[in-house]
Design a protein around this ligand. Structure first.
Ligand code: GUN
Ligand code: ZN
Length: 434
């Protein structure tokens, strides 16, 4: 133990495995009076306070009464340039893009706008307890520079990329296959592997990239170890018809990406609301992931994601807020909406499965479960302190809870950014609510 060792005492909860695979009881660890010991940005130990206070006697302890410590939340799909259009009224995907989103993204040609927005965006993530995100930039490389600069200054584990888009979008938002490739490559050289940052090759979706652009994106995806691929897939029925018309030779939507080498480990497809069994099976066998984005799927009228069916094909699934099509930065709010989506499908979502989706499951879908997602010794110390007394209603409701599972479910259902008392990344406090 060094003089920099810190310990945090509260109730502690973290996932050990997917409840759908090992059963709920084997899927988590919970310490009613727990201690999380952190050294040099990493987890040194996590367990019952009584035991660990003996083992680490003399350690500086911060106590949080009436609070729950969990791993930092992981957002597997979000758009940095869309904060300014969150909560825009009354359209479905394609009209929503043209009416609100493209004009907003156009402003990111200005590096100052991008820098200003990066501060707001990261501030919101941290206020909501999100410590890792897979992030769409705009088509402008300066948007990604601004985002990564702000993330590096906070030593966050973040993944982002410049959008590739060479057709079916306003001129001011288009690149070309060659310029998109060259700009992405320059960003990879500058940022990929720096601090805790990684780069994602980011074709927006099949309709806005030519086959030439998708082919170059696929080539780039294979050129550097550890790169991600991040795009949208089968979100909206009109979008799917459009893809069929644009790529009539491909057997389904996923096959457009597959054909161009845009599939496999660290390929993350947002939405997947309307996938057929063949697409699910292919995603599963290639080790690709899908980001489940409930608030966005509801808000822009895309449909109800079939979590059990997609997971049943062995597909890795993470949770995405998809701001600004999505309506909240909060993973708690997003999980509450996920529960409602499953209810409408006649399914349910156990609160420990919710915890898994927002933490270890997200990490697994990003192939980061050796680094983040729970409190196994040696992992990066990204964690949140959730306040059981965040609002009068939450405090009153939680007092009635007879079991921890009941408490957790109510916390997820009623919680939002107000429930996040403090957020730590790599052992450093980056947000304190009060
Ligand atoms: N499909 C293509 N672009 C977008 C976007 O910005 N948001 C969402 N939700 N879907 C998309
Ligand atoms: Zn999206």
């Amino acid at each position: 133990m060094s003089h920099t060792t810190q310990a945090y005492r509260a109730a502690i909860l973290h996932s050990l495995a997917d409840p759908s695979k090992v059963g709920v009881e084997q899927s988590y660890e919970y310490f009613e009076d727990g201690l999380l010991v952190v050294e040099e940005g990493q987890v040194l130990a996590c367990g019952p306070a009584e035991e660990l206070l003996v083992r680490f006697s003399g350690v500086t302890v911060t106590e949080y009464p009436d609070a729950l410590i969990t791993p930092g939340f992981i957002d597997t799909h979000i758009h940095f340039p869309q904060v300014g259009v969150i909560g825009s009224y009354g359209t479905q995907l394609l009209e929503w893009l043209n009416t609100y989103t493209f004009p907003a993204e156009g402003r990111f040609a200005d590096a100052e706008v991008a820098a200003e927005n990066a501060e707001v965006f990261l501030g919101e993530l941290l206020r909501n307890g999100t410590t890792t995100a897979l992030v769409f930039g705009s088509v402008h490389k300066q948007s990604v520079d601004a985002f990564f600069e702000a993330a590096l200054a906070r030593n966050l584990r973040m993944i982002a990329g410049k959008v590739l888009m060479d057709r079916n979008a306003p001129d001011f938002l288009q690149d070309t296959p060659e310029s998109g490739y060259a700009d992405s490559k320059a960003l990879i050289e500058r940022w990929h592997g720096k601090g805790r940052l990684s780069y994602a090759v980011t074709p927006r979706f099949a309709p806005t990239s030519s086959s030439e652009q998708l082919a170059l994106a696929g080539k780039l995806f294979g050129e550097y170890p550890g790169l991600y691929m991040h795009t949208h897939l089968s979100e909206n029925l009109k979008e799917i018809d459009w893809v069929k018309a644009l790529f009539p030779e491909r057997k389904n939507y996923l096959d457009v990406y597959d054909h161009h080498g845009l599939i496999g480990p660290r390929a993350v497809f947002a939405h997947g609301v309307h996938l057929c069994d063949d697409e699910c099976a292919r995603l599963g066998e290639t080790g690709s992931a899908v980001a489940f984005c409930p608030t966005s799927n509801l808000f822009i009228g895309s449909g109800l994601f079939d979590l059990p069916r997609v997971e049943g094909h062995g597909v890795r699934v993470g949770l995405g807020t998809d701001v600004g099509g999505g309506t909240s930065f909060s993973q708690l709010t997003t999980l509450s909406e996920a529960y409602k989506v499953l209810q409408l499908r006649g399914e349910s979502l156990n609160p420990f499965k919710s915890l898994y989706l927002a933490t270890l499951g997200g990490a697994r879908s990003l192939y980061l479960d050796d680094k983040i997602g729970n409190f196994a010794a040696g992992k990066e110390a990204d964690f949140v302190v959730l306040d059981y007394k965040a609002t009068p209603l939450l405090e009153f409701r939680l007092k009635q809870a007879k079991t921890f599972a009941e408490k957790l479910f109510a916390l997820i259902t009623l919680g939002d950014d107000r429930a996040v008392k403090e957020t730590f990344a790599a052992g450093r406090s980056l947000h304190r609510r009060d």
